[in-house]
Design a protein around this ligand. Structure first.
Ligand code: FE2
Length: 408
């Protein structure tokens, strides 16, 4: 039986004894919890203050307290120094070389994953992004598979490794960006003479949150010999020849990739091309908050590379200091070239070649090239996702300290 109306006697009793109501409610909670309900005993307490009005550099919000804040997580600004984490790859590779069973067999990859100290040990660097660093010894092969998370590789080693994506062999070189959009069949390996290293970036945490992770390793197509890899159908550079023309698209193919056939058809950006494009723009004024930037986009429709993640590269010229900016999106950076500092909420995070760092949402940040040569950062941001759900906002500080709405 349900009682939608409060009997007059009960109402009078409640009104007469307001003191101790919270304690009484909590006692009731102790009893009611077994039914998977919670009697509200505190108001909503958002982690963020109204950040867009709060102009202090350090403003970062705080975790809500009590039951409302239970299990709440908050990405922390953090930098992983290559000098500290890189050596673990050598140690993984050394174990693999002498192992009875290679880690790539029992763990599928030889890699370490980055764990943001604000996220309670979860395998993620932001709310939406997982980041791993992988090493492949000569001869290593990761079998063909596909999955719902969108993924990419940012290549750190000079050469030697490859990824085959939907039959296209992508030979990896330093600074390359190789995409495996959701639902595309891909395998990796190293047929060179030296170990290869790359950074894997995925929207895995978001897919986990949505309970949408599946991984399929029953490749239906032709395999390379009797291996677990797909037979390459296209040589290195295939999609770049079709779709890398910058404003020129082939008229004789229909791009169909990944889930729903909507994924970007250009899957391999070469580091050398990215660097040359940045160099070609170096004399431009650039953006006061970002320097010289390149956004990687789906060449067919101009969309971000993934529905969830946007990729970019930026050049900071010697001595260049960007102005403060903050967004509702979170961003992960890799220092590809040069050295500098990124100030995040008033804290300095120095970076140099191969360092990885994270700028969480809401925090003011600016980049400084403190070296004597160019600095190049690659970035991955969940801004496309935030835009899709109508939550993307950005602010900047002008040179006189005023706050400007960059996207509202
Ligand atoms: Fe994969």
């Amino acid at each position: 039986m349900s009682t939608l109306a409060t009997p007059p006697a009960a109402a009078a009793k409640t009104a007469a004894a307001p003191v101790g109501a919270r304690e009484a409610m909590e006692r009731l909670n102790a009893e009611a919890g077994k039914h998977n309900i919670w009697l509200r005993t505190q108001a909503n307490a958002p982690a963020q203050r109204p950040w867009f009005r709060d102009t202090g550099i350090e403003a970062s919000g705080a975790l809500a307290a009590g039951r409302v804040g239970a299990n709440q997580i908050k990405t922390a600004p953090h930098r992983w120094r290559w000098s500290e984490i890189g050596p673990y790859l050598d140690r993984i590779a050394e174990i693999a070389r002498h192992a009875d069973v290679s880690p790539i067999e029992f763990a599928e990859r030889q890699q370490f994953l980055l764990t943001n100290p604000g996220l309670g040990g979860r395998l993620q660097v932001t709310n939406t992004i997982r980041c791993a660093v992988s090493i492949y010894n000569p001869g290593d092969v990761a079998p063909v598979h596909r999955h719902t998370p969108n993924a990419s590789r940012t290549i750190l080693s000079e050469n030697g490794g490859y990824t085959v994506v939907e039959g296209e062999r992508c030979e990896a070189g330093r600074g390359d960006l190789i995409l495996t959009p959701h639902g595309t069949w891909h395998d990796h390996g190293n047929d060179g003479a030296t170990p290869v290293v790359w950074i894997d970036v995925l929207d895995f945490p978001l897919m986990e949150f949505l309970d949408c992770v599946w991984i399929d390793d029953e490749f239906p197509g032709e395999r390379a010999g009797n291996s677990r890899a797909q037979a390459p159908k296209h040589v290195n550079g295939h999609s770049r020849r079709l779709y890398g023309g910058g404003g020129m698209l082939p008229g004789f193919v229909v791009p169909q990739h990944g889930i729903a056939g909507m994924a970007t058809p250009l899957i391999h950006y070469r580091g050398a091309d990215i660097r040359a494009a940045l160099a070609g723009l170096a004399a431009e004024a650039g953006d006061p908050y970002e320097g010289i930037t390149l956004r990687f986009v789906n060449p067919v429709n101009g969309d971000p590379l993934f529905p969830t993640l946007g990729y970019a590269a930026q050049l900071l010229r010697p001595g260049e200091e960007t102005q403060l900016k903050r967004e509702t999106a979170s961003t992960m950076y890799v220092a590809i070239e040069g050295s500098g500092t990124t100030e995040i909420a008033g804290r300095r995070f120095d970076w140099e070649r191969n360092d990885i760092f994270v700028v969480p949402n809401f925090l003011w940040r600016r980049h400084l090239n403190t070296g004597k040569s160019d600095a190049v950062l690659y970035s991955v941001s969940d801004a496309p996702l935030m835009e899709k759900v109508g939550q993307y906002r950005a602010q900047g500080r002008t040179s006189d300290g005023a706050v400007a709405e960059l996207a509202a």
